[in-house]
Structures are given as C-alpha cells and as structure tokens.
Design a protein around this ligand. Structure first.
Ligand SMILES: [Zn+2]
Length: 178
C-alpha cells in the first residue's frame, strides 16, 4: 500500500481546488478510511472493495440533499482513489463480497535496443510498458503490512505542499498583496 501520508497527500490534492486548503486539510482524512482496518490488525479487508464504496457512493447520491450525504459522496470518491492507488503496490479484494480474489496491477517500464514491441522508438531504441493484472484468492482477514510513512509518501506530500504554496503565492501576487 502507498503509505498513509501518500494517501493523505493525494486526497488533499484532489480536494484543494474545490474546498481550499483549510477544509481540504481536514477532509483529506476521509481518504484514509479504507486503512482503518489496519488498526484492527488486518489490511486490504472489505474496506478495499470497490463494491462497498460504490454502494456507499450510491447512498450518498441518494441523500445528496443533506450534509451527511455529501460527506458520504466525498468519502466514497476519496476511498475509490485510495483503492486505485493501492492496487499498484499490492492486492485488494476489489469485488468482495462477490469474490475473495484480490487483484493487483504489475507495472514496469522497459527499454530495449534490439527486438520489437514498445510504444515509442527513438533511433532503434524502443521504450515500452509491461502491465498486467495479477490476482489470487486472499484468505479473509489476512494481514498485509504497510508503512504509515515511506519515501514515496514524503515525496508526494512535498510535491503537493509545493503545488499549494505556489498557488497561494501566485494568488497573493495577483491580488497585489505581495
Ligand atoms: Zn489501503
């Protein structure tokens, strides 16, 4: 799993243009909801199922007239983004409760001097992407450990912070305050 810091930073980046920095700082915590199961000693449990969050999203849309409904919509969308990010680093039971099979996406870039394939060719050197979906049947409640903070999370968080800082400064300059 990407670290919690990376998930928080991604959620913040999605929310910031809509809600502004202060509210995004609080609401981005909703993007960590799928990892609540980690506190119970399991990770990638049913909270990492697309089915669960799509059902909640539908309920949120049904209740969209209320602030609870809008909160459920936001939590569902951020959790779907969370799961999307997670499948690139490990398996998730995307279709629970219909299937215990957990899916992950294997993804790597390659460069080849001879041979064919690839999506881009420069002077006979070919660049390409190997991507494939892997799956296995996960035992329910299986523990998949992941760090709360890792190097990727720190880099993503710094990139988001820089993006927000540049936006903040350029808005102030435009307003003539600086
Ligand atoms: Zn997760």
């Amino acid at each position: 799993m990407p670290s919690s810091l990376a998930h928080y930073a991604m959620s913040f980046a999605v929310l910031y243009p809509v809600t502004g920095a202060r509210r995004a700082g609080v609401l981005a915590l909703l993007g960590l909801l799928p990892d609540v199961d980690a506190l119970l000693g399991v990770h990638r449990s049913p909270l990492h199922s697309l089915v669960v969050w799509l059902v909640l999203l539908a309920l949120g849309v049904w209740w969209r007239g209320s602030s609870l409904g809008r909160l459920v919509i936001m939590a569902s969308l951020l959790s779907l983004i969370h799961i999307f990010a997670d499948v690139f680093t490990g398996p998730a039971p995307l279709f629970w409760p219909f299937s215990y099979r957990a899916y992950s996406v294997a993804f790597d870039l390659f460069v080849s001097v001879r041979g064919s394939g690839g999506i881009l060719s420069l002077n006979g050197v070919r660049f390409g992407v190997h991507a494939g979906v892997e799956s296995f049947v996960a035992k329910p409640g299986e523990l998949i450990k992941g760090p709360l903070v890792d190097a990727t999370g720190v880099i993503v968080a710094m990139a988001v912070a820089l993006f927000v800082a540049v936006g903040f400064v350029s808005a102030r300059v435009k307003q003539g305050r600086w």
